[in-house]
Design a protein around this ligand. Structure first.
Ligand code: NAD
Length: 490
């Protein structure tokens, strides 16, 4: 019988600087969502495989944390040049395993480069504090790493989300266990290889593949000090509760339902192209996607232009696939339900087919008007290239809809009025606000993180806020002054 070879070799874990077998683990097929074909396999590791990775990370910690930070960042300067050198290969991998377009995949790697650049500025950012607090008595505060930390990633950004955590946590002196999404395990292998080439010592980054079992084992492991998680709200809650009940630090980012409030004085063309791009970029599989628009007052002209723009978004060309058949079915079900509930489908992306990729998981750009807040499509994360439009008479009503939803990732307003913009900035309950920007991702050094059910835990996951998460403060008081009792503190 002919043995079929897969396009990519079977994925293995990565422990102590080398690929490692996950002994006895079951394995799962990895699909390319573009074609529906099996392209690799991924092990569903057991807790024993995690133990081996933690042993390696723990062994690497003393030397790595004792390496001066100015030396640690040199590896990441080199790594940045390797990301640039291998940009095409990295983007191709993201495209193949996730299904996004090449330009979107490339943008993801470009963002990974920006995140790496930020980590290289850590020596300047974490300079400690020092003060003579009493005659001859000095106090200093220094940031110290935590030890072994873990990063659990979702499917929608196989390259960028691991870079939300790897460069900052590692430059700050921690050693790490990365758990990629089992749906997209290919990019992580290449990230580990490039870091090794850049000079990262063995054991500083380890990769353990798997699903629920490995995530739970991470939350329970006594030698893991902190857990970062990015994924759906349902699992973010489980991870946050489990990790913190085991007395670990945790920041867990969840899902989103972002509202784009469009006022009649908004610039029509700019708004239309921004809204269409926000809802459809990465096939709507972004936690920052503007999946819901609230039109305030007379915005029919702008809605018509949004439909025109959405028609220019073509599956297989400038619109990639969604992640799986199950995702395609879920998205199409949302559209059908909204239509049955009385909403008006202005552009219908159901049953999209790309010639030559008939088995790919495609949904076309979809615009649905006259959605009401009680409909399921207005409440749940659809995670597809679908825009649900609601209508209100006032900005306060629009804000009430935005603020009633339990998520709080992003909200945006499109207007030419400074006071309306300011009003939304002040009154929207979300962690990231856009004014005439449909995807208001804060770029470095600003930090990424939502409010409400979009994030559990005190710090944000990137930028300056993440420094607090990945480090602990050591406060030292010294006295080299032979005099004593100069005052009550000496
Ligand atoms: P997911 O929650 O299904 O999976 C995320 C991770 O959790 C994966 O590594 C997966 O293996 C693991 N996991 C899955 N089920 C689990 C379980 N029962 N117990 C323990 N671990 C489990 O999320 P996804 O489908 O991969 O990603 C899409 C979701 O992520 C969307 O909701 C999206 O909004 C969200 N997301 C949020 C942000 C943000 O910054 N807030 C960024 C990207 C994605």
């Amino acid at each position: 019988m002919e043995v079929q070879t897969l396009k990519y070799p079977a994925i293995r874990n990565y422990v102590g600087g080398s690929p490692a077998e996950a002994a006895g683990a079951a394995s799962m097929e990895v699909f390319s969502p573009i074609t529906g074909a099996v392209i690799s396999t991924v092990p569903l590791s057991s807790a024993a495989a995690l133990d081996a990775a933690v042993v390696a990370a723990k062994a690497a910690f003393p030397a790595w944390s004792a390496t001066p930070i100015k030396e640690r960042v040199q590896i990441f300067y080199r790594y940045k040049t390797l990301l640039e050198r291998d940009m095409k290969a990295l983007a191709d991998l993201v495209r193949e395993e996730n299904g996004k377009t090449y330009d979107e995949a490339r943008a993801e790697v470009e963002k990974a480069i920006e995140l790496t650049e930020f980590a290289c500025s850590m020596p300047q950012l974490i300079q400690g504090e020092f003060l003579e607090v009493s005659k001859g008595v000095e106090a200093r505060a220094e940031r110290k790493p935590l030890g072994v930390v873990a990063s659990i990633a979702p499917f929608n950004f196989p390259n960028m989300v691991p870079h939300w955590t790897i460069p900052n946590a590692i430059v700050l002196g921690n050693t790490m266990i990365l758990k990629p999404s089992e749906l997209v395990p290919l990019s992580a292998v290449k990230i580990a290889e490039l870091l090794k080439e850049a000079g990262l010592p063995d054991g500083v980054l380890n990769i353990v593949n798997g699903d629920r079992e490995i995530v739970e084992a991470i939350c329970d492991h006594p030698d893991i000090q902190a857990v970062s998680f990015v994924g759906s709200t349902k699992i973010a809650k489980v991870v946050y509760v489990r990790a913190t009940s085991n007395l670990k630090r945790c920041v867990a980012l969840g899902g989103a339902k972002n509202h784009l409030m469009v006022l009649p004085d908004a610039h029509p063309e700019m708004t239309a192209s921004n809204v269409a791009a926000s809802m459809s970029g990465c096939a709507g599989q972004r936690c920052m996607a503007g999946s819901t628009m609230v039109g305030v007052g007379a915005v029919d002209g702008i809605v018509a232009k949004i439909v025109e723009e959405a028609k220019k978004i073509v599956v297989g060309q400038n619109l990639g696939s969604v992640i799986s058949k199950a995702a395609k079915d879920r998205i199409e079900q949302h559209i059908a339900e909204a239509e049955a509930a009385g909403a008006k489908v202005l552009l219908d992306g159901r049953n999209a087919v790309v010639t030559g990729h008939e088995d790919g998981y495609y949904v076309g750009a979809t615009v649905i008007d006259y959605v009401t807040p009680d409909m399921r499509i207005a409440q749940e994360e659809v995670f597809g290239p679908v825009l649900a439009i609601m209508r209100t008479n006032t900005l306060d009503e629009a804000l009430a809809i935005e603020n009633a939803n339990p998520y709080g990732n992003a909200a945006a307003v499109f207007t030419s009025s400074g006071s309306s913009a300011r009003y939304v900035m002040d009154h929207a309950n979300a962690g990231m606000i856009g004014v005439n920007i449909g995807v208001p991702v804060p770029r470095e050094p600003f930090s990424f993180g939502g409010w409400g059910d979009s994030k559990f835990g005190a710090c944000d996951i990137t930028g300056k806020s993440s420094i607090e998460f990945w480090t602990q403060l050591k406060k030292t008081t010294t006295k080299w002054n032979p005099e004593s009792r100069v005052n009550w503190m000496s």
